[in-house]
Design a protein around this ligand. Structure first.
Ligand SMILES: [Ca+2]
Ligand SMILES: [Ca+2]
Length: 501
């Protein structure tokens, strides 16, 4: 009898000890809102190339994104969130493995996570949820091109539904250039858009999902180019009223030649001069705003389905975009920059344990999403992760955080703290912007001796090593090589003039 009593006591002690162990450090978050051992579901929403032109981030006064704004009000909005690579594939590779580009060698559009000796050893985000007993489903653009392969190894991939979508036989707005670079009202109906079909697929999953917990990943393609959406979405942004972004003349004059080369040589986006000369500025901005309002409506359909479903109270929602986008700022278009326009993204968490209407202004990175989800779902941390969970900031939004780092090729890094952006390029040139007085990053303060200490503080967050570049042949690879060649030429010219008597 005594032996049985002792056995029961020990067993009870083990259960209590185990429950304390698994609830740390997420106590106060998801654990307390869960009933029994039921872990929360995850709805993971990725948006492609959406910068801060979102109502709740105030990046453009005419951004119309009511559904994303409502999600922000229902949860915690990170207003100072940044990608770790300003290109689709490496940003997602970093997010899905919580590994910096400088650690993996995944800097540009190729290769994928299996090609890096570092990331191929890691358990990627959806695979981890599958290991933990989750049903893992996805559709659309998640890992970039390998989404189908990776999700089909788990519970399944719903499909790409046409990826970047239908394009007219002849381009509408930019007759030359990269095939994807076009903008305008096309096709006729919203149902023809792959993103609308991806949203419908997600709605169907939420309506029929029987097994829990689940990890449902939805990757939308707009506002990525082509910025083509049906006329309905253009009618919400009348062309005559369109405001183009705030810019200042000669903004690039205080940048190093290397910085200018890296962000302009061999890029595939239209040149800003061409846009202006061909009177396309308002139309292109309108197309981006219309594409964003359209994708917001797709997000809204999925969120409405979640709210109608029986999973409404036990699902963590995370919504993010993979990087920012320039629309003429610093005389350039598209991504692939280390400036605020290239790195700032929406990042929102909501669901059980996440306070409503909370706003965190501390720096955050997409690299932090994976460890945050592990915390919110009561799972053990992965010591191989380089991101830091945002769980503390979800409880206390003013809890300080280290800066966010963004990288565009080895040696080129931006360090974004709460109030500053510091950039160091591989040629040694630097930039410093004070976000309390200069939100558009117009005035490079790096040469001003008053900010010496600020610069040395930020330098401490540069990586110690930069992994060699993996892959080849993408725009990022070309731009990086072209900037390096131009730099070599400048050094050689300087040497020749130094040795000329
Ligand atoms: Ca992207
Ligand atoms: Ca400037």
């Amino acid at each position: 009898m005594k032996a049985i009593f002792n056995f029961c006591a020990i067993w009870q002690f083990l259960i209590v000890a185990y429950s304390l162990l698994i609830s740390y450090p997420a106590r106060g978050l998801a654990q307390e809102s869960q009933s029994g051992s039921q872990r929360p579901n995850v709805l993971f929403i990725a948006i492609d190339d959406l910068n801060d032109w979102v109502g709740c981030l105030s990046g453009h006064p005419q951004a119309k994104t009511p559904h994303i704004d409502r999600l922000a009000k229902q949860g915690t909005l990170f207003t100072n969130a940044h990608c770790q690579a300003p290109v689709c594939q490496p940003s997602r590779a970093c997010l899905m493995t919580s590994t910096y580009p400088s650690s993996s060698g995944l800097y540009f559009l190729n290769p994928g996570i299996d090609a890096s000796p570092v990331t191929k050893k890691k358990i990627n985000l959806p695979a981890r949820f599958a290991q933990e007993g989750y049903r893992v489903l996805g559709a659309g653009k998640l890992f970039h091109v390998q989404s189908g392969l990776i999700f089909n190894q788990l519970d399944g991939y719903g499909g790409g539904f046409g990826y970047f979508g239908p394009q007219p036989e002849e381009k509408i707005s930019q007759p030359h250039g990269h095939p994807l670079w076009d903008w305008g009202a096309y096709p006729e109906k919203t149902e023809e858009m792959p993103d609308a079909q991806i949203a419908e697929w997600a709605v169907a999953q939420l309506e029929t999902m029987k097994s829990e917990p689940f990890f449902l990943a939805v990757g939308f393609h707009r506002p990525h180019v082509p910025m083509l959406v049906p006329p309905h979405w253009f009618s919400q942004h009348p062309i005559d009223a369109i405001q183009t972004p705030h810019t200042t003349p000669d903004d690039v004059q205080d940048l190093s030649p290397y910085a200018r080369d890296l962000t302009s040589l061999r890029h595939v986006a239209p040149l800003h001069d061409w846009i202006i000369k061909n009177k396309q500025y308002k139309h292109a901005v309108q197309s981006y705003l219309a594409s964003s309002t359209f994708v917001d409506s797709c997000v809204g359909r999925v969120l409405a389905a979640l709210e109608r479903s029986r999973h409404a109270d036990n699902t963590i929602v995370v919504l993010f975009s993979d990087h920012g986008f320039h629309l003429g700022e610093k005389d350039r278009w598209a991504k692939r920059s280390l400036w605020e326009d290239g790195t700032r993204v929406p990042l929102i968490f909501s669901g059980p344990g996440v306070p409503e209407g909370s706003v965190c202004r501390e720096p955050a990175g997409l690299i932090d999403i994976y460890p945050t989800l592990l915390n919110l779902c009561g799972m053990n941390e992965d010591p191989s992760h380089e991101g830091i969970s945002l769980a503390n900031q979800i409880i206390n939004p003013i809890a300080p955080r280290p800066p966010a780092r963004t990288t565009f090729g080895p040696g080129n890094h931006a360090i974004r703290s709460r109030d500053w952006r510091y950039i160091r390029y591989r040629d040694g040139s630097e930039e410093l912007y004070n976000h309390t007085t200069d939100p558009h990053e117009w005035t490079n303060l790096a040469a001003d001796p008053r900010w010496k200490n600020i610069i040395s503080e930020h330098r401490k967050h540069l990586p110690d090593n930069d992994y060699e570049i993996l892959g080849k042949g993408s725009t990022g690879h070309h731009a990086f090589a072209a900037a390096a060649a131009a730099q070599q030429e400048r050094v050689a010219t300087q040497k020749r003039s130094d040795t000329t008597p």
